[in-house]
Design a protein around this ligand. Structure first.
Ligand SMILES: [Zn+2]
Length: 254
């Protein structure tokens, strides 16, 4: 299944939308359209017909492009964890399988950022669309759910297979790194990472996608046994959830 193409489209200020398609197959699936015009442009230029729109959560910067896309491709199916204004939606929840015609996604509920938030996992292709639950070096803000819910949602991601490639909803990596540098001052691992990330930005203009194994090693929001998290737990005698709460609170004020 390695010939699955994932086109990363930058949207708005720092959003990412994704177009999935296969060579010699006109079917395309879009994940989290923030706006429609540049997605339609890419579909048309590549002779792709939109079949499915998948939504991770109800926020406008993940759904704003739906109207425009449906106007252009009226037979497109929409899969979302909650109702959207005006459009007919196939509601997805924990354990739902979405067959896009070119791959299968398992739906995993990850409440916290919003109550309805889901992530989309394709075990065969080893890819995860994490929406605003997990970012590189960070996690989403807790708007609707509780810290406890967000902590448990991230735990679900931490249990997925190491060699998973993650596509998240925003380019927040450098700002997340800056935050970690204020908590873990002059930490070798962060210095190493800064060099890697700056190179990635220079080469590709972005730090997405990223590898789950690397993230488990370093991201203290995702894994309370990561290098950074362990250091803080020993120093402050935090439990895992206390550590998560401490970091999330601190990040909110950053
Ligand atoms: Zn959001």
């Amino acid at each position: 299944m390695s010939n699955l193409n994932i086109k990363i489209i930058k949207q708005l200020k720092d959003n990412y939308s994704y177009i999935l398609y296969k060579k010699d197959n006109a079917n395309a699936t879009i994940i989290d359209p923030a706006e429609s015009y540049n997605l339609i442009d890419y579909l048309n230029k590549n002779n792709l017909i939109l079949q499915n729109i998948l939504i991770t959560h109800h926020h406008q910067d993940h759904t704003g492009g739906v109207e425009g896309l449906i106007k252009q491709f009226p037979s497109t199916k929409i899969f979302a964890p909650s109702k959207l204004e005006l459009n007919l939606v196939n509601i997805i929840k924990e354990g739902s399988i979405i067959n896009t015609n070119i791959n299968n996604f398992s739906v995993i509920e990850t409440p916290g950022h919003t109550i309805d938030h889901v992530i989309l996992y394709d075990k065969d292709n080893k890819i995860l669309f994490s929406g605003d639950t997990l970012f590189r070096l960070g996690c989403g803000r807790v708007f609707e759910g509780t810290y406890n819910q967000m902590y448990n949602s991230l735990k679900k991601i931490n249990l997925l297979e190491d060699n998973t490639t993650i596509y998240c909803g925003h380019e927040y990596t450098l700002s997340n790194l800056k935050f970690l540098e204020t908590v873990f001052v002059n930490h070798d691992e962060l210095t190493k990472l800064r060099n890697i990330l700056e190179l990635e930005i220079k080469m590709n203009g972005r730090t997405i996608p990223f590898n789950l194994a690397n993230e488990k090693k370093i991201n203290p929001f995702l894994n309370q046994n990561s290098i950074l998290a362990k250091k803080l737990k020993v120093e402050q005698k935090f439990s895992d959830i206390e550590l998560f709460t401490f970091l999330r609170d601190k990040k909110n004020q950053f």
